[in-house]
Design a protein around this ligand. Structure first.
Ligand code: SAM
Length: 545
């Protein structure tokens, strides 16, 4: 009963928000998780509660129809109330009806003698009759067909066409082991195909990405988390777009890189793998040479090659744990840059190290004290990843929530515009802060948003604000990738006849180069989430590398 009780709380709240035209943001999954916490519900049931709530929520208008057309429901409820001295919540009944009609097992998840199960079961005949009526009215045969019609989408659910995963080099370390595991994984499939589209429909195919090393796509039906390689942390699930910012940065083994908005840490662990393993292997003369992180000399406190900032308390813990699972040794710092968690003062010499700063990246070097800290601890860092919080409009699992938000379209549009404008200015200010750090020479900016205001517009605003920075040209930013910045995003910066730039200090040719430097991945069309990335470098006269 716990599952239905917890799900009732959340479902009732979601429907209330929808009826009040209240805006909600984030994926439905995240909203359910946060409500689960907010209502202090029984955490053990989270997975089940999630499935139960989301499925019922998706089918809400169907269940409304089935329920509203029950002939004697008021009488039956009154009778039940008399017998049990309590009336069941309508949403609890909705959850049970959904299980009875649309779940895999087609049964209410309660013991047979439970009074509510008996109650819903006695409605079963009428419910099925109403469902047939609904199918006829809507000219559909299945509930998925109905959702498909409603969403005007080619798929019943909002999910990516394929699953992506990459090798975790940190757990493999030598070229022999990397090659061995890679081959073992490929051999597990009948065919290695040359496009991700070919794996989308076929469980037995694998695609090795042509743009990102050691990245693979498999069918959505393939359960990566059940694989031994996943259990051994030898592979990590990571979307294709999310790997692009690292490629743009052209990481070398002697780089010092900061990940300024790091949790949960997918890019951080990819970065660590590049620095400590991939680049080292590529530059090693003798294959049998053992990999060791470069020594940092006799500095009193070691400076690691990778640091990761995360301002959110809980997410910084998640980041720390993810890095440890991925095979790194970590050291955690408090927001005031002091060590928060350390077993030994120095890392083990041979370990692959990541320093985690639980704090706001924009405080780095922002006052006299922090400038001193910057000089002593951070002066070596020459590259940065900036992947700040965004609207997430490119990610999956938002379709239902977006529909919910669009109930009152006018209100939705006004609020959404305000929210995006705020996000855009936050994103610009964070990257702008990085551009002011004296020793940074290259950085990548990225979002999982599809909105121009969070992407191309941020790029232009940054270039106008920081004339000492320029974009990393297309020729050095994954030139093989075809989809670049949107034409429409740059239209407002060009005269109507297309001959002049309207931007002060940026020529027409430069505008075109900026557009070409931007990288876009379209949701679905490019195999995964919608993503945007653009690289920046300090102009040559001040460029130290
Ligand atoms: C889009 S997520 C980053 C995802 C991450 N790069 C990855 O690939 O796994 C943005 C993260 O930045 C954090 N964040 C936002 N503003 C920040 C700031 N000023 N300093 C540090 N972290 C920040 C957020 O809490 C959030 O965890």
């Amino acid at each position: 009963m716990d599952v239905y009780r917890d799900s009732t709380w959340i479902l009732e709240d979601l429907v209330k928000q929808r009826n009040d035209n209240k805006l909600v943001s984030g994926s439905l999954k995240n909203i359910i998780i946060s409500k689960h916490k907010q209502f202090k519900l029984n955490n053990k049931n989270l997975k089940n509660v999630f499935a139960c709530t989301i499925e019922t929520y998706k089918h809400l208008d169907v269940i409304d129809f089935l329920y509203d057309n029950l002939e004697n429901i008021d009488e039956l409820l009154a009778k039940l109330e008399k017998e049990k001295a309590k009336k069941p919540n309508k949403f609890t009944l909705y959850l049970m009806i959904n299980d009875l009609l649309f779940s895999k097992n087609k049964r209410v998840q309660l013991p047979n003698n439970h009074y509510l199960k008996k109650f819903v079961n006695q409605l079963s005949k009428q419910l099925n009759k109403n469902w047939i009526k609904f199918q006829k009215i809507n000219k559909i045969k299945t509930i998925d067909e109905y959702l498909l019609k409603q969403n005007g989408d080619s798929k019943p659910v909002d999910q990516p066409p394929v699953r992506w995963f990459r090798l975790n080099l940190v757990k493999l370390v030598t070229q022999d082991k990397i090659d061995y595991i890679k081959q073992e994984i490929i051999n597990n499939f009948k065919h290695k195909v040359d496009s991700w589209q070919s794996v989308a429909q076929n469980l037995d195919c694998i695609y090795e990405d042509e743009h990102i090393p050691y990245l693979f796509a498999v069918s959505m039906d393939f359960k990566i988390s059940k694989c031994k390689w996943y259990k051994l942390n030898q592979i990590i699930i990571q979307d294709r777009g999310s790997c692009f910012p690292l490629e743009i940065l052209d990481i070398n083994s002697d780089d010092y890189v900061m990940d300024c908005c790091a949790a949960p840490g997918n890019k951080t662990s990819l970065l660590g793998g590049y620095i400590y393993v991939k680049n080292r292997l590529e530059t090693m003369e003798d294959d049998s040479e053992e990999i060791k992180p470069k020594e940092n000399g006799n500095e009193e406190e070691e400076i690691t090659r990778v640091i990761a900032f995360e301002k959110n308390d809980k997410r910084s813990d998640v980041l720390n744990n993810m890095m440890k699972n991925a095979g790194f040794e970590t050291r955690k710092y408090n927001p005031d840059f002091t060590v928060a968690e350390q077993t030994e003062k120095f890392f083990d010499e041979d370990s692959m190290k990541i320093d985690i700063y639980h704090g706001d990246f924009s405080t780095l070097c922002n006052n006299d004290r922090n400038k001193e800290i910057y000089k002593s601890k951070f002066f070596k860092y020459n590259k940065a990843i900036l992947d700040p919080s965004c609207s997430g409009s490119g990610i999956y699992g938002r379709a239902s929530i977006d529909n919910l938000n669009k109930v009152d379209l006018e209100k939705y549009t006004a609020k959404e515009e305000e929210r995006l404008a705020k996000l855009s200015s936050f994103q610009t200010s964070l990257v702008s802060h990085a551009m002011k750090l004296p020793n940074l020479t290259k950085l990548s900016y990225s979002t999982c948003s599809v909105n121009v205001i969070e992407n191309e517009q941020v790029v232009i605003d940054l270039l106008l604000k920081h004339p000492d920075w320029e974009v990393i040209p297309k020729s050095e930013s994954i030139p093989t990738w075809k989809r670049r910045g949107l034409d429409s995003a740059f239209k407002e910066y060009i005269s109507e006849d297309g001959k002049e730039s309207l931007l002060k200090g940026i020529s027409l040719k430069e505008i075109n180069n900026i557009k070409e430097a931007c990288i876009r991945l379209n949701k679905e069309e490019d195999g995964g989430i919608g993503f945007f990335a653009c690289g920046f470098q300090r102009k040559l006269k001040t460029n130290k590398k």
